[in-house]
Design a protein around this ligand. Sequence first.
Ligand SMILES: *[C@@H]1O[C@H](CO)[C@@H](O)[C@H](O)[C@H]1NC(C)=O
Ligand SMILES: *[C@@H]1O[C@H](CO)[C@@H](O)[C@H](O)[C@H]1NC(C)=O
Ligand SMILES: *[C@@H]1O[C@H](CO)[C@@H](O)[C@H](O)[C@H]1NC(C)=O
Ligand SMILES: *[C@@H]1O[C@H](CO)[C@@H](O)[C@H](O)[C@H]1NC(C)=O
Length: 527
Amino acid sequence: MKTFCTRKAFAAIVLFLMAFTLIFVLRHMDILQPLSPQDALEERLILDSIAWPETPLLPSPISLEQTTDPAHSTFTILPGRKGGQWHVGDQLEVMIQTFDFQGRPKKSGGDFITARLHNRKLEAGVVGQVVDHLNGSYSAVFSLLWEGDALVEVTLVHPGEAFSVLDRLNKEQPDRIYFKSVFRSGSLSETTICDVCLRPTKQPLCNFTDLRTGEPWFCYKPKNLGCDTRINHFMGGTTQNISANEEKLFHSGVNLKVNIRASGPASVTLLPEKIGQLKVKSATVTSGPSGYYYQGVWRAVGGLTIHQFNTSAITQCLKGKAVHMYGDSTVRQWFEFLNVVLPGLKEFDLHSPKQAGPYISLDFANNILVTSRFHGPPIRIVTVSTSDLRYIANELDGLIGGPNTVVVFGIWAHFGTFPMEIYIRRLQSIRRAVVRLLDRAPGTLVAIRTGNPKFLNLFVSLTNSDWHSLQCNNVLRAMFKGLKVHLIDAWEMTLAHHLPHNLHPPPPIIKNMINNLLSYICPQKGG
Ligand SMILES: *[C@@H]1O[C@H](CO)[C@@H](O)[C@H](O)[C@H]1NC(C)=O
Ligand SMILES: *[C@@H]1O[C@H](CO)[C@@H](O)[C@H](O)[C@H]1NC(C)=O
Ligand SMILES: *[C@@H]1O[C@H](CO)[C@@H](O)[C@H](O)[C@H]1NC(C)=O
Ligand SMILES: *[C@@H]1O[C@H](CO)[C@@H](O)[C@H](O)[C@H]1NC(C)=O
């Protein structure tokens, strides 16, 4: 049996089930509310824009032989138009050639490759833009932003062959991480399974679709209790369901986040910028990095100057302001950071469950309010009371807003098991609320934290892969383009940094993110 999360999957499902349960299927067709024509068109355009290059299907059972082997693959620094001399302000281009496990050059693209240029001593780092030539070779293009040595690092995150597995899992088993709710009335208590969409069974459903946002949510109806007796939400467990054979495509140390070696030198020395000289830019990429590290400090490229805010500068910046944070635990990290560094900011004990919140902190002397709240289901962490399950869009509708209001949100890490349609829908409802907020209170500052790369093993790859996070980020960018909101590029800030990837980036990275946020709030202040 399959689920009914997407209309695309639906076509396949109809064929699959038509013979025996057509009527039953049709009854469930609209388990997700239909999108407005405008939203549906946007969804299609966005899905097209994030379409990943196809990789030829592997014969079954899977053998790694024809899949990308990072150990056989190599990269080469191209000499460039100045014949092996690079100045700050130029670009450096690296050609990556992939090979399979038998040592044969790959002829198709679709691998997920990341690239970084860095200097550990200078604590400098920048992310390279990777271009897939669809013939087994890739380019990585780096903006050159500091003087001195620069070492190229190229990483195969996943071979292209992994994505048909991940795609299929998200379509067919979005419930491989599943949720539950307790229903309780008097001495009666029952627990049932809940999700964005549920597998059709004979069991009746409770429909908890949010009436204001249209966010879908369902639980199987308890046998002896009414739907209105639901008291909480929690993660039920996981049903990892891929064959040992498919697991080979996600093998740590073999083909999961493994570095690719250089065929020749892996580093270059960058000379000082030549004033008045034409900059050499690659024809391959049009977009550059959003920033880079130098001496451990994140600097934005283009536009914004990021200031370094010490404790008193943070307090000065936030004086008289209310900062409302919404999202997953990666946003909660920012709340925690401010509580740690600001001596005047005191957390009020709401007796909230650890990890889930909501949280509230106050600095009375400076009239600073900081709040943090989870983004509504799906929430994979601890048990959350139904009365604390709030969608970001509805929370934003409850804000008056204005020049003393800062809104920060980040939502990505709990969506990794679902088809992208679910994430697009969620962002559409949040964006509508952001537009309403900015219409009624144009002075409100809205900042969005993107998803970041993290430690990957088999389990994480299958439930919250960097590949999925990257696509969430692309969807996010496309959907908030042109709005008066600020993106904080957690992806590049984590990827460019020398510290290991972590779902929860370590304090030096958080500090840079906070400085980035504060520089949007207080562009003139700070050191
Ligand atoms: C769930 O409720 C929403 C909102 O009332 C409704 O639009 C939708 O059709 C319902 N879905 C099902 C499967 O009953
Ligand atoms: C792959 O395509 C790139 C860009 O068009 C080209 O430079 C490269 O030579 C091609 N590689 C092969 C093996 O054909
Ligand atoms: C898991 O896989 C087995 C064998 O392929 C299949 O019978 C079962 O229905 C799957 N379970 C889920 C939850 O998809
Ligand atoms: C903090 O930064 C401000 C503004 O940049 C500066 O004037 C002040 O001296 C700094 N305070 C400390 C304790 O470093």
